[in-house]
Ligand binder design. Sequence first.
Ligand code: KG4
Ligand code: ZN
Length: 366
Amino acid sequence: MRILGIETSCDETAAAITDDGSVVHSSVVASQTDIHARYAGVVPELASRAHVERITPVIREALADARTPWNKIDAVAVGHRPGLIGSLLVGVSAAKALAWSLGVPLIGVDHVHAHLHAASLTQPGDPSPPPSHTDHFPALGLVISGGHTSLYLVDSPTAITRLGATIDDALGEAYDKAAAILGIPFPGGPNLDRLAASDDADDRAADLPVSRLGPDSLDFSFSGLKTSLLYAARGIPSSPTQRLPHPAPPPLTPERVRDLAASFQRAAVRAVIFKIERALDAADAGDLGHNARRLARLIVGGGVASNSRLRRELADLAARRTIALHIPQPRYCIDNAAMIAGLAFHLHADGVIADLSLQAHPSATC
Ligand code: KG4
Ligand code: ZN
């Protein structure tokens, strides 16, 4: 089944053609990084206007790359939640118009769930395709992106239950803010990662906190880490009642920026690894309330899944716990439409088909 997927939830205008949930014939992503760079963050109104300008050429390019004429499209899928409402509306409107005019089913896809599908994507003729997404459930799912940081129990590609989520910043958002504190240019996350990964970076230059929350909590928190980085970089503000001011921090030289970036990365990644281990322990103890106790797979998705240190530490964790790690190719970690079209195949098989009343929803439902 050949599905056209459309994704416009944030600042990437994307379209893709996939077969049967996994084979990607084309995946076009028009990034808006250049538009938002000078604001050091995504400006919603600018994002939705850029989607309007780009959506038609991006869809045409996806069809051309896949050598697929309109009459070979079996369904149209769109990420319709969560995201920026103005951005989502552009994709949803385009998908409705196309599904109606082609006379094919319309499928609404949850963007966060689609990130968990990205590890199953492959190219035609791939000599070592990822194992089928339908094998070996239940699995533990982790989505780490600019808008979400959540752990899930994944019973099938479409049966996904949230176990925990960030109570403040998403991990990607924390990376972007940390980069802004350190004066690292937009896009902050990947640039901070690159700097932190330099050979001579000292990841213990600052002792930044690793959040654990309550003893059983599977939630995340990154705002304390962000504040600690701010104080390490710029100094601790003195209170009016304080006799002596806090000592001034070392000057923010390029070497200090690199070392603080590495210290931030170390603490952020440790917090994620810690929660994955806690969730796996809870599963082993039968505390997640599912039938099959041991979770033999970890599925990861979202923009931060391309982080170099995280990928390394996830691989170590998988070896230590003898679980299979499913992590997308870097190009499917960031927002893309192949993951939308891929998951749509499974939703369609479950009979989850929308009509023209499909709504864009800014917030996540699970
Ligand atoms: O999944 P995504 O493309 O968009 C959302 O759904 O949010 O994720 C974008 C986020 C941004 O915050 C970006 O800074 C972060 O992922 N990111 C990274 C890296 N690459 C992208 N964060 C840390 N290290 C990276 N290598
Ligand atoms: Zn995303």
